[in-house]
Design a binder for this molecule. Structure first.
Ligand code: AMP
Ligand code: MN
Ligand code: MN
Length: 332
């Protein structure tokens, strides 16, 4: 088999063509990514925003969190001057483009704006994406949404400078777990080569993303790991823990500071599935699940109102920790 060197397989040429046409003729372009943006969501949106603005286009960008705040870890991404609060976002955009959004719900308060958009281009790589746009650039084989944005910019004839590359590369490294996950195709490495050649600093980006934290993080981590539970008899093994608002408050940590803990929990040999429940600032539990490949956690989370990928998925729970875990155990 010839290796798959470019991840543009499943998006029909017709849709790429239609997207290029719409973007080229729009007066103003409104960009949005999913709520609680991660590196891929914010990176793909800001990369597209900067490239379009550099070409003289009118662009606004946002995400629909009630508490609108860029996660501290992603504060280094360039292009944040493009961001507007959801209240200042076009109510009925002529052209809206969503990034890394698997279902319209994940647009949060901007779902309403998307519903009123005249044209909606959906750029995404979640297998569960139903294609909720008028044009859908959805490729489940793409390692990140930024991979699809790189292709879109190429087709628009827009250059990728160092700032755009920093955003595109951030989505690629975060979604592939630094080229460790099964989503790491040959195309992912080839894209990384192009991004690094554009002049970004891979060491600085990975340090910002993974290798720094305030001292309080270690104290919170030790509290959270102290109550980690292994249930070897559930499915092929379940390991789980939780982080409360109080854990974070005790050490002055924002919500996004604890998002990486799942990567410590999921290493456990005795468990196929790892789960962490993170209490957000509104008191809801944001549940992250990871699998080693034997269990499809996207299906598991979809059954609980969420979604994601086969090996990394999530959902939101308004039940208690014990009630939430009971529902998970029953499904496993
Ligand atoms: P996370 O555990 O937050 O890193 O998310 C892992 C994957 O699950 C991502 O691809 C998200 O798109 C998806 N995901 C996380 N939380 C939710 C949610 N509440 N609803 C739908 N999908 C989610
Ligand atoms: Mn995402
Ligand atoms: Mn993604």
């Amino acid at each position: 088999m010839t290796p798959h060197l470019r991840d543009d397989g499943p998006v029909p040429e017709r849709d790429w063509g239609r997207a290029v046409e719409l973007i080229s003729s729009a007066d103003e372009i409104a960009l949005a990514c999913h709520v609680s943006p991660d590196g891929d969501a914010l990176g793909s949106m800001l990369a597209a925003g900067m490239a379009l603005r550099a070409a003289g286009r009118r662009v606004t960008a946002s995400f629909g969190d009630r508490r609108f705040e860029v996660p501290r870890l992603l504060g280094f991404l360039p292009g944040q001057d493009l961001l507007v609060e959801p209240a200042d976002y076009p109510a009925a955009p002529d052209l809206m483009i969503t990034f890394d959004v698997a279902v319209a719900d994940r647009l949060g308060v901007l779902a309403e704006n998307a519903g009123k958009a005249r044209e909606l281009i959906v750029v995404d790589h979640h297998p569960s994406n139903p294609g909720f746009g008028t044009v859908n650039l959805v490729d489940p084989a793409a390692p990140s949404t930024t991979t699809l944005v790189e292709e879109l910019l190429r087709r628009l004839g827009l250059p990728v400078d160092e700032a755009v590359a920093t955003c595109l590369y951030t989505g690629l490294v975060t979604d592939t777990g630094s080229f460790r996950h099964s989503s790491t195709t040959p195309a992912a490495h080839l894209m990384a080569a192009r991004m690094v050649a554009a002049g970004l600093d891979p060491e600085e980006i990975s340090r910002r993303l993974w290798d720094r934290s305030p001292f309080g993080y270690l104290k919170a981590l030790s509290a959270v790991l102290a109550r980690v539970t292994l249930e070897a008899e559930v499915g092929a093994g379940l390991v789980w823990t939780f982080v409360t608002r109080d854990d974070r408050a005790a050490h002055g940590l924002p919500y996004d500071a604890v998002e990486g803990i799942i990567d410590v929990v999921r290493r456990v040999d005795e468990a196929e599935v790892a789960v962490i429940l993170k209490e957000d600032d509104d008191g809801a539990w944001q549940v992250s699940t990871r699998s080693k490949g034997g269990v499809d956690v996207a299906r598991l989370c979809a059954a609980l109102g969420g979604g994601g990928h086969a090996r990394a998925a999530g959902f939101t729970s308004h039940l208690t920790v014990e009630e939430t875990m009971a529902r998970l155990r029953a499904l496993l």
